[in-house]
Design a protein around this ligand. Structure first.
Ligand code: GDP
Ligand code: IMO
Ligand code: MG
Length: 424
């Protein structure tokens, strides 16, 4: 029995879904502990592509259990749509293999409206959110006015009373800024219908996870977003609203830190970011190249991802704050046709060398990335099955990452399919 957390080391979309899918084979329970349907995790198995938003990627393994923990924010209608979509693709989903925390907070239609409105109002300083209502839902949670799953399924009458009062408040606000008013009756009807279907999934998942651990089962925590979207450690305010770093897996599931044995950091062999905010190594030529190949489009919103070279300042700090025991380097094959590969080893800011990221977004915008050019390997790695099959320059690239981050590389992605991962 051993418990593992998988965490993105950059700005999300590092390929966590694929790594979680790979590690699921040797685990019993896959847990999501933070974020919501802002996440989009791609898994390709037997030639079929699945994009998971709220449901743990482990659901694709019929004999495994999945848990949506207390730290997740959950849009009930969207979740049911995701369940139905997966069932239509032949995936088995029932309360036998999916349980949802009774303490998970609910994303309501007014949260989505507020998200869109706040973004529009920010104009050029917008965050570039996924508009899934994530920030306003976590905001209400911290403000202690949120709605949790047990409110909806446990006491629908009181839930509707509270909902109507909240929507009446929202409507005063919405009207004052020229937004359409919400129809409380229709929203209540949709949520009550969702409640009926979700009730069998609602459970005390803390108790379930502790019972599973006592029975010797192993847990795999599927991080959503990435270290630099973390509300505390990320490029604030250009972040999401949850703790995406490893500590969030514990608070968001009720599993204490001493039960964690392994923390896998997932990083692309280069860097991407979707949404606004600082990105020191951004390189539009690299982005154009990937976009022309049909790569690097957001799995949730379809937006073009910004692309750039590997930033070791980011991965170094991510290794520190998450306590990475090992690294999974994904999309190494994305660099197959490069003659030379620039990697950023540190930044300069006002003449000073920085080996770790600055706190302020405005400083992050001003840092000058300092690169070292590493030789490319200029050949196809997508058929490599073992570490020894990799070209020498690719091995040297990986060794350099290990040295700079003081973390061993345990997995290497050389293509999107389940079997295109080298395990060392
Ligand atoms: P996640 O949010 O971290 O799970 O990542 P996404 O699914 O949003 O984005 C990662 C993208 O890279 C997806 O399209 C994956 O299919 C793809 N991918 C993952 N690992 C590899 C790899 O090693 N090579 C290639 N070419 N694609 C990969
Ligand atoms: P996965 O799990 C990449 C980004 C948004 C925006 C910021 C805030 O697939 O890696 P939010 O809707 O959360 O309030 O948006 O965070 N973002 C992601 N970027 N991958 C994700 O998830 C993301 N989830 C949110 O683009 O910049
Ligand atoms: Mg993604």
């Amino acid at each position: 029995m051993s418990n593992t957390i998988v965490i993105g080391a950059q700005w999300g979309d590092e390929g966590k879904g694929k790594i979680v899918d790979l590690l699921t084979e040797k685990t019993d329970v896959v847990v999501r502990a933070q974020g919501g349907n802002n996440a989009g995790h791609t898994v390709i198995t037997d030639g079929v592509e699945y994009i998971l938003h709220l449901i743990p990627s482990g659901i694709l393994w019929p004999e495994k259990s999945c848990v949506i923990g207390n730290g997740v924010v959950m849009d009930p209608v969207s979740l049911l749509g995701e369940i139905d979509g997966l069932i239509a693709k032949g995936i088995k989903i029932s309360p036998d293999n999916l349980r949802i925390s009774d303490r998970a907070h609910l994303v309501m239609p007014f949260h989505r409206e507020m998200d869109a409105y706040k973004e529009a109002k920010k104009g050029d300083s917008k965050i570039g959110t996924t508009k899934r209502g994530i920030g306003p839902t976590y905001g209400d949670k911290v403000d202690r006015i949120g709605f949790r799953l047990h409110d909806l399924v446990g006491d629908p009458i009181l839930f509707i009373e509270r909902l109507n009062a909240r929507i009446a408040d929202c409507n005063v606000l919405f009207e004052s800024v020229g937004m359409d008013k919400l129809d409380a009756e229709a929203i209540g009807r949709d949520l009550l219908a969702a409640a009926e279907r979700l009730a069998p999934y609602c459970a005390d998942t803390v108790e379930i996870l502790h019972r599973d651990m006592k029975a010797g089962k192993s847990l795999l925590f599927e991080g959503a977003q990435g270290t630099y979207l973390d509300i505390d450690q990320g490029t604030y305010p250009y972040v999401t609203s949850s703790n995406t770093t490893s500590g969030g897996a514990c608070t968001g599931s009720g599993v204490p830190p001493h039960k964690i044995d392994r923390v896998v950091g997932v990083t692309k062999a280069y860097t991407t970011r979707v949404g606004e905010g600082p990105f020191p190594t951004q390189n539009d030529t690299l982005a154009d190249r990937f976009h022309k190949m049909g790569r690097e489009f957001g799995a949730t919103t379809g937006r073009k991802r910004r692309c750039g070279w590997l930033d070791l300042v980011l991965v170094r700090y991510a290794a520190m704050v998450n306590g990475f025991t090992d690294l999974a380097i994904t999309i190494l094959d994305g660099l197959d046709d490069c003659e030379e590969i620039p990697v950023c080893t540190h930044y300069e800011l006002d003449g000073k060398k920085l080996s770790l990221p600055p706190a302020a977004a405005k400083d992050f915008e001003r840092v000058v990335p300092v690169y070292e050019n590493l030789p490319g390997w200029n050949c196809d790695t997508t058929k490599c099955q073992n570490y020894d099959d990799l070209p020498e320059n690719a091995k040297a690239y990986l060794a350099r990452i290990e040295k700079e981050t003081e973390t061993p590389v345990s997995m290497i992605g050389v293509g999107p399919a389940r079997d295109q991962t080298i395990v060392r």
